[in-house]
Design a protein around this ligand. Structure first.
Ligand code: PLP
Length: 410
């Protein structure tokens, strides 16, 4: 199966090869303090026959062959059917996609895994990146399994657990006395000077492509859940009928915690792929859930413009001054009628506790933001509609915020 990079703005095509990140024309005028322009998209060539076969066999079509993926279990995470939460909210078709149980404890592993596979395919020995914390701990984790040298640029204020993970996994830690945005620029300078592969989010197109994998899982898991439920009402054993091909089903709504806008763009891309292959009938309504103190994408959905502001929220993973993938994510959201929902830190901490105590799923503040966003948007969603809330990081990654939410001392 042949793949290439395509610029969604001008349509230019590029080989997927080391050193290729942005479109030469559209990415030439990038300036600090603005979302990246010229971010490339991974596309397959041809009619998608092979992509369809891969999806129907239970896999995900990706631009790196399976044999290069490092030996650790990434993806394939559970879709919860939280009965107590459903009852409390009178929301019978609410689902929770649980990526807190990824190897490093966050959704970032999906992107790190693909970037590591790409490095292995091309004989690359070192990867560098900037991070608010989770991308760093994730790349370090996957790098440890893959035998790659990982250099991370991390703001000194990152939560301790994420910093300690980096050190445990044996990566090289460069602490930046400044914001994530400064770390981003420093890591790009390092990659440019050394030629080391960059896993900077949005900048490396594979970070978006790697994050589409959950869409394929959700569509399969939903189909299985609904077919099992039908079995139950017919007096069956609640088991899905065995069928040759895997069935797919799109939810009505997906809530995604959003900072740089890579996860949401990736998950939308996954549903675009599924729709293009004729496996689902539509792309769901996507909700970019953002914290009041870091809401550039939700605001741009309203105004059409990005207005960078210094970020301030307890949800560190979605705290960005400039959403690096903002332009790409905004285009995807607009194309499919996506929405924004903004919640404050008090709502985030309250939602975190509700989620933990009513479902048993303990997620970090960024993910609680997605659930808080759902609670806020719920009045505009029909009772029977199918809703997936994406929970992207483990609550254990930021105990300081979680302690605040329950009024406990550390
Ligand atoms: C990075 C991250 C996000 C936000 O993803 P973006 O691509 O920056 O929008 C959400 N949740 C967790 C746990 C993360 O680590």
């Amino acid at each position: 199966m042949r793949w290439l990079h395509r610029c969604p703005s001008c349509g230019a095509a590029y080989a997927i090869e080391p050193g290729r990140y942005l479109c030469d024309a559209c990415g030439a005028g990038n300036a600090a303090g603005h979302p990246l322009e010229g971010v490339l998209e991974c596309v397959w060539e041809g009619d998608g026959g092979e992509a369809r076969r891969i999806a129907e066999a239970g896999g995900v079509p990706l631009p790196v062959e399976g044999k290069y993926f490092p030996p650790l279990p990434v993806g394939g995470t559970p879709l919860w059917e939280p009965d107590r939460l459903r009852e409390a909210l009178d929301a019978p078709n609410l689902f929770l996609k649980d990526d807190t149980c990824e190897p490093s404890g966050s959704y970032k592993d999906r992107a790190s895994w693909l970037v590591a596979a790409f490095a292995r395919k091309h004989g690359i020995r070192e990867i560098a990146l900037a991070s608010t914390g989770n991308a760093a701990s994730s790349m370090s984790c996957v790098g440890a399994a893959a035998g790659l040298k990982i250099t991370v640029f991390l703001p000194a204020a990152a939560p301790a657990a994420k910093r300690i993970q980096v050190l445990q996994y044996g990566a090289e830690l460069r602490e930046v006395q400044g914001t994530y945005d400064q770390a981003f620029d420093e890591s790009l300078a390092y990659s440019a000077a050394t030629g080391v592969l960059s896993r900077n989010t949005a900048y490396n197109p594979l970070t978006i492509e790697g994050k589409k994998t959950a869409s394929f899982e959700i569509a399969r898991q939903l189909a299985a859940s609904f077919s099992a439920a039908r079995g139950k009402t017919r007096g069956g054993r609640g088991q899905a009928a065995p069928s040759a091909a895997v069935a797919f089903r799109a939810p009505d709504h997906v809530f995604v915690p959003t900072g740089d806008g890579v996860i949401i763009a990736g998950v939308i891309k996954g549903f675009e792929d599924l729709a293009a292959l004729g496996l689902v009938d539509r792309v769901p309504t996507f909700w970019a859930a953002q914290a009041e103190g870091s809401s550039a994408i939700a605001r741009a959905l309203e105004t059409g413009r990005f207005e960078p502001r210094p970020s301030a929220t307890i949800a560190d993973s979605i705290s960005v001054d400039v959403p690096r993938n903002g332009a790409f994510a905004l285009a995807k959201l607009k194309k499919h009628g996506g929405r924004g929902v903004i919640v404050n830190d008090t709502e985030i901490l309250s939602a975190q506790r509700t989620l933990s105590s009513t479902s048993g799923l303990f997620a970090e503040p960024s993910s609680a933001c997605a659930f808080a966003g759902y609670l806020k948007a719920k009045p505009s969603i029909g009772r029977e509609e199918t809703v997936v809330v994406m929970l992207t990081g483990s609550g254990l990654k930021d105990i300081k915020s979680a302690a605040l939410a329950v009024g406990a001392r550390l």
